[in-house]
Ligand binder design. Structure first.
Ligand SMILES: O=C(O)CCC(=O)C(=O)O
Length: 220
């Protein structure tokens, strides 16, 4: 896991997109899909929305923001060659109110995917109130015999103008649980980047089908 500092102003186009998505009358300028939070007894009152890029113009917007600031460095620290490392999916993740203990997970899972092939990059869209949850990670490896994820957990607190970069397969993580008033908003931007060499398009399409997201592989 690493962090990158960048100019928070670079997120302005994504703030405009989020405001379009949140306005009741607004019609977003690019086509975004919507997924809701996971189901389960503890999640009945959770208000979580994942807006995901659903069209070429939507992913192009996230890619332009990414390439226009220091976040672009992440394309050199993943995969084999930076021109083959692409933003293949991107989201705006909104939580209103608090969040319970969620499931530990890896973002990209496939039998043919290796550590180092892909990464998730997260940053807050707006400065977060101090009591809102951070990113909870665990040093326990995915395939390890010990499944004591909680016993080896650590928390990264999000900071404006800083993005956290972690391996999308190898890093088991979740949203840190927290309590907050119902109107408190926690909005993150998430970019998913991956190497697109030889066998990777098939791998990424499989992951996309499993995650319910389209994967965008065209160059940028
Ligand atoms: O909400 C967070 O801090 C993490 C979100 C998450 O789990 C993910 O992007 O897969």
């Amino acid at each position: 896991m690493t962090t990158l500092r960048f100019s928070a102003r670079a997120l302005d186009p994504l703030r405009r997109l989020y405001e379009e998505l949140s306005s009741e009358t607004g019609c977003p300028s690019v086509d975004m899909g919507l997924k809701l939070h996971e189901v389960g007894p503890g999640f009945k009152r959770v208000q979580m929305r994942w807006y995901f890029a659903k069209s070429r113009s939507a992913i192009a917007l996230f890619r332009r923001v990414f390439d226009s600031c220091n976040l672009v460095v992440a394309r050199s620290i993943v995969g084999t060659r930076k021109d083959r490392v692409r933003v293949v999916q991107a989201n705006l993740i909104e939580i209103k109110g608090g969040y319970p203990k969620g499931p530990w997970h890896s973002d990209f899972v496939d039998k043919a995917l290796c550590p180092g092939d892909s990464a998730t990059i997260l940053t807050p869209l707006y400065r977060l109130e101090a009591n809102l949850g951070g990113l909870e990670t665990t040093s326990v490896k995915r395939d390890s015999e010990s499944l004591d994820y909680d016993g080896h957990a650590d928390v990264y607190k999000y900071r404006e103008g800083e993005a956290v970069v972690f391996d999308a397969l190898a890093m088991v993580h979740r949203t840190q649980s927290y309590r907050a008033r119902p109107s408190a908003r926690r909005v993150l931007v998430s970019w998913q980047i991956a190497d697109t060499r030889r066998h990777m398009p098939d791998v990424l399409r499989r992951i996309g089908r499993r995650n319910g997201d389209p994967m965008f592989l065209f160059p940028h």
